[in-house]
Design a protein around this ligand. Structure first.
Ligand code: ASP
Length: 358
């Protein structure tokens, strides 16, 4: 796996090289050395671009001797509680009926255990509920009404998660996304025929958003969590990759941790987080592992989801933390291609390399 190969894909773009809808490219060859990465020492925390405060909270907690998964979840709770972040928890953008449905998973490398909830309504901290699924049940994933009842049993507060701001955004989408229905925008506002499927009036995309955080503890263990309100305006009951172990999150204490944000369906169809960890097991660096996973996903992308240049038109970001402390990530496209890395001393936002330019 050479830098040259990756450079080629990053600068030229892989649309023609991959063959649209054609065969998979030959997998980049790299011998499995059979050697696992040596354990490193944390705290080292990585996360999605909205994970700055969460990463700082996670490191602070670990430094004080807090359980590392709790430290990560308390960090993620900050963003879940923030009504201004429209991609997670309270204030997350709702489904097509205006109801906020949350997905989250946690994984603890120490015991190789996981917990998750999906389609959870009315409870703002799905990550905390996911941790209880892992710790206080014999199950891994609880969904919908069952997840709400489980949260209720554990005393979680129920509330309307649709903030006024998110309601307005949803209503705007409802009134503008089609000119073949009976919803009309406010008087004096034109019904825009060209208004894209899930595009804001200013042209930006409000489809995706999620928080992911993975941590290497001072003792060399790995934990991770992903939390989201999922694809905005989704069909009620749609579950993304975030609560699916192996898709939006995977942790293997002997190798590393990986998580993702972006088009969940692509991760669900490719077990991306599991794949990234397996590629690291075979000796790839975190960044190389993320790129290889993205290349496979890109090659398998159906024509409907490709842009005029033949490239996957959606965003997908993969984040990886190897057991030895090496961190990396890669994104399908340049928009917001950033990740947060906390090296134990300070958190930085780093630009991620991308498979496609433009
Ligand atoms: N991956 C999330 C999902 O598909 C959304 C996102 O990360 O933006 O539900």
């Amino acid at each position: 796996m050479s830098m040259t190969r990756r450079g080629f894909f990053a600068t030229v773009g892989a649309g023609s090289a991959l063959g649209i809808g054609g065969a998979l490219p030959a997998l980049a060859q790299q011998e499995n050395t059979g050697e696992l990465p040596r354990p490193g020492k944390g705290p080292i925390v990585i996360g999605s671009r909205n994970a700055m405060a969460a990463a700082a909270r996670a490191v602070e907690g670990m430094r004080k001797g807090e359980d590392p998964l709790d430290a990560v979840i308390r960090g993620i709770n900050i963003v879940e509680d923030d009504p201004e972040d429209d991609s997670v928890g309270l204030g997350g953008l709702p489904n097509e009926e205006g109801e906020v449905e949350l997905d989250s998973s946690v994984m603890d490398g120490r015991a190789h255990k996981a917990g998750a909830v999906a389609g959870l309504r009315r409870v703002r901290n799905p990550s905390s509920v996911a941790a209880l699924v892992m710790r206080r049940t014999d199950h891994v994933l609880i969904v919908g009404e069952g997840a709400l009842r489980f949260a209720r049993a554990h005393g979680f507060k129920e509330e309307n998660l649709l903030t006024e701001k998110a309601r307005q955004v949803w209503l705007e989408w409802k009134e503008q996304h089609s000119d073949h229905d009976d919803w009309l925008p406010p008087e004096g506002t034109e019904k825009k025929k060209e208004f894209g499927w899930k595009t804001r009036i200013d042209g930006s995309d409000f489809t995706y958003g999620t928080i992911h955080v993975s941590a290497l503890t001072p003792g060399g263990d790995l934990v991770g969590c992903t939390s989201t309100s999922g694809l905005s305006f989704k069909i009620p009951g749609r579950i993304g990759d975030s609560p699916i172990i192996g898709a939006g999150l995977f942790v293997d204490n002997q190798v590393g941790a990986a998580g993702s944000t972006g088009r969940g369906e692509a991760n669900l169809q490719n077990c991306s987080s599991f794949l990234v960890v397996e590629l690291m097991r075979q000796g790839r660096t975190p960044e190389e592992a993320c790129f290889e996973a993205l290349r496979r996903i890109a090659a398998r992308t159906e024509p409907r989801l490709r842009n005029p240049a033949g490239e996957p038109g959606y965003q997908l970001k993969l984040y990886a933390l190897r057991r030895d402390g090496l961190v990396g990530g890669a994104a399908m496209r340049p928009a917001d291609a950033e990740m947060v890395v906390h090296d134990g001393n300070e958190a930085k936002t780093l630009r991620m390399k991308t498979l496609y330019g433009g």
